[in-house]
Design a protein around this ligand. Structure first.
Ligand SMILES: *Cc1c(COP(=O)(O)O)cnc(C)c1O
Length: 359
């Protein structure tokens, strides 16, 4: 079997062990004689799976009891709207810290539902840093403060949790499960599954229970987090296959030592890759060192005329999906949990050899 090293930003690599389990399970899941895709989400087998997935996720992230875990759809992008819909009345102000393209999209959606104050913005330097929290212009009595702990496109990550009166609402799509986090510091954490959790189509939302009360009665049922919280996320048919795969990924992470173990590996992977980028002027990364992402490592070649050759030869070497986002150019290696350290080692070796030949 020819598996390549997949550096896709999302949908992204899944652990081979998980794929093999899926292959085995597929025609006859749990002795039902059916695949998991063909059974009722309200049947005993699926309900058990769903509960186990939530329990394992709770264990991995040490989610306190006063938080609910929702399995929803619509991606992080729908949460850009659901956060203000559920948390802010139209006269309220929500604060946003904008450190990249995803945060900017979240700002755009929130503006349809409430007043938005962009408390800090790093667009002036092309989203390559995080403005010092001491400079943030926060609103007294803000409904919440939203930020993006990891901006997937420019590769900018918060390596701290800011202090704030208002509940913190965060888009963790591309960093969730990459390391332990103190969930109790946040009001709401949401993440599309297709980076570090499982297949596209599932969105995890972790909400402090008291915040569920804020949603106005006029909201459509499925636009309220409360609807999911009150029905174990089965108010309508959930994305059962994606939920099943997420459960397998959670088990895989737990068996691998949990998030502390992942953090150690992820820190090492990232540092190997940044070292390779920093070693010479042939490659560079513009992000402030303190804000460099562990998960998404963009880098450019000093001579952009070599980009096409780099991509062609890296793909021929089994290093796939390294093309950078069009807004940044160059390359981007996404090195989520499921991208093994050997993949990073192979990329680092390829980069050195490519520089030797073309530098
Ligand atoms: C990928 C990504 C999104 C978009 O997610 P969808 O699930 O496609 O809506 C939003 N925010 C961040 C940080 C992302 O990485």
């Amino acid at each position: 079997m020819a598996r390549v090293y997949n550096f896709s930003a999302g949908p992204a690599a899944l652990p081979l062990e998980v794929l093999e389990t899926i292959r085995n399970d597929l025609p006859d899941w749990r002795g039902t004689g059916m695949s998991v895709m063909e059974v009722s989400h309200r049947g005993k087998d699926f309900v058990e799976l769903a509960a186990r997935a939530e329990a394992t996720l709770r264990e991995l992230l040490a989610i306190p009891d006063d938080y609910c875990v929702l399995f929803t759809q619509g991606g992080a992008t729908l949460q850009f709207a659901m956060a203000p819909m559920n948390l802010a009345a139209s006269g309220d102000t929500a604060d946003y810290v904008q450190t990249g393209s995803w945060g900017k999209k979240a700002v755009g959606e929130a503006g349809k539902f409430c007043k938005v104050n962009v408390a800090a913005d790093s667009a002036d330097r092309n989203f390559t840093y995080i403005p010092d929290p001491a400079s943030w212009q926060l609103t007294d009595g803000a409904a919440y403060l939203h930020y993006t702990p990891n901006e997937t496109i420019a590769g900018v990550e918060f390596h701290f949790v800011p202090e704030c009166e208002a509940p913190l609402v965060v888009d963790m799509s591309s960093t969730i499960l990459s390391r332990p986090v103190d969930v109790s510091r946040f009001g709401v954490i949401y993440a599309g599954a297709q980076k570090n959790i499982g297949p596209a189509g599932l969105t995890i939302v972790i909400v402090r229970r008291d915040l569920l009360e804020r949603a106005p009665a006029s909201l459509p049922h499925l636009m309220t987090w409360r609807a999911y919280a009150e029905s174990d996320s089965m108010t309508n048919t959930p994305p059962t296959f994606a939920w099943y795969v997420a459960d397998l990924v959670f088990q895989y992470l737990k068996d691998g030592g949990g998030l502390a173990a992942m953090a150690e590996i992820n820190a090492r992977k990232a540092s190997k890759l940044y070292d390779a980028v920093d070693r010479s002027d042939f490659y560079s990364n513009p992000v402030a060192p303190a804000a460099r992402s562990w998960m998404n490592v963009p880098f450019v070649l000093a001579d952009a005329a070599l980009d096409a050759r780099f991509l062609e030869e890296s793909a021929a070497a089994g290093l796939m999906n390294l093309k950078g986002h069009r807004s940044v150019g160059g390359m981007r290696a996404s090195i989520y949990n499921a991208v093994p350290e050997q993949a990073v080692d192979a990329l680092v070796d390829f980069m050195a050899e490519f520089e030797r030949v073309n530098g």
